[in-house]
Write a protein that binds this ligand. Structure first.
Ligand SMILES: Cc1cc2nc3c(=O)[nH]c(=O)nc-3n(C[C@H](O)[C@H](O)[C@H](O)COP(=O)(O)O)c2cc1C
Length: 201
């Protein structure tokens, strides 16, 4: 079983990464193979809406999202870690989410994977990011695990949040238990959440 954590903070060893590290320790303690992918120092461009991924499920943009696609597809559970910038997830997190539109594909998909959430802000905005990530999991047909919402400003602040660190560790453990349940979205229903409009009629 593989649990992947995606840290969408540009700060190496920042609060998001610290809590994700705890979550991965928890997952590892329950037997999972774990990996942390950090966007720090990497280039992940926004989706350019070219539509080329519709057929093959492959994105044409050659940047650091390419190795991440493989890691996402290989993982049984994925924890999204987002710092809060201007009352919602940082743009780096939204870019990763948007680029996963390439995984709207019957073979290359995120459905049935377990999704966890870690968000860190200094004061305002955590809940908006949590809600957006949960809605993303619903639309991806993923199984939602817990969220960890923590507050800290300077690098390392979250280390003093004893309960927050424990909640992150427990999130990792919960991811393992939920993967073990082998959730499967019923195949008779569409794999994608669709909003009806002129593009569907
Ligand atoms: C550009 C920018 C905007 C920010 N906006 C907010 C905000 O709206 N609300 C908030 O609570 N914290 C805000 N913060 C603070 C960060 O969320 C906080 O420092 C957090 O711990 C960063 O996580 P990291 O250490 O993983 O990078 C902002 C930080 C930056 C750099």
């Amino acid at each position: 079983m593989k649990i992947l954590a995606i840290s969408c903070s540009p700060r190496k060893q920042g609060n998001t990464e610290i809590l994700l590290g705890e979550a991965l320790k928890g997952a590892q303690s329950d037997g999972a193979e774990v990996e942390l992918f950090s966007v720090s120092g990497k280039t992940i461009a926004p989706c350019d809406a070219c539509g080329a991924c519709n057929e093959a499920g492959v994105c044409h943009i050659k940047d650091d999202m390419q190795p991440l696609y493989g890691k996402i597809l290989d993982a049984d559970g994925i924890i999204f870690g987002a710092p809060i910038y201007f009352y919602n997830m940082a743009a780096q997190c939204k870019a990763v989410m948007d680029r996963t539109i390439a995984l709207n594909h019957t073979e290359r998909k995120m459905a049935n994977k377990v999704g966890g959430i870690v968000v860190v802000g200094a004061s305002f905005g955590n809940i908006d990011a949590v809600k957006d990530l949960y809605f993303y999991f619903v639309s991806r047909r993923m199984l939602a695990a817990n969220y960890v919402s923590a507050y800290g400003m300077a690098k390392g602040d979250v280390k003093s949040l004893e309960k927050g660190m424990k909640a992150a560790y427990d999130l990792g453990r919960q991811m393992v238990k939920l993967v073990e349940m082998q959730f499967e979205y019923p195949s008779e229903f569409p794999l994608m959440a669709i909003a009806y409009g002129t593009h569907t009629r």
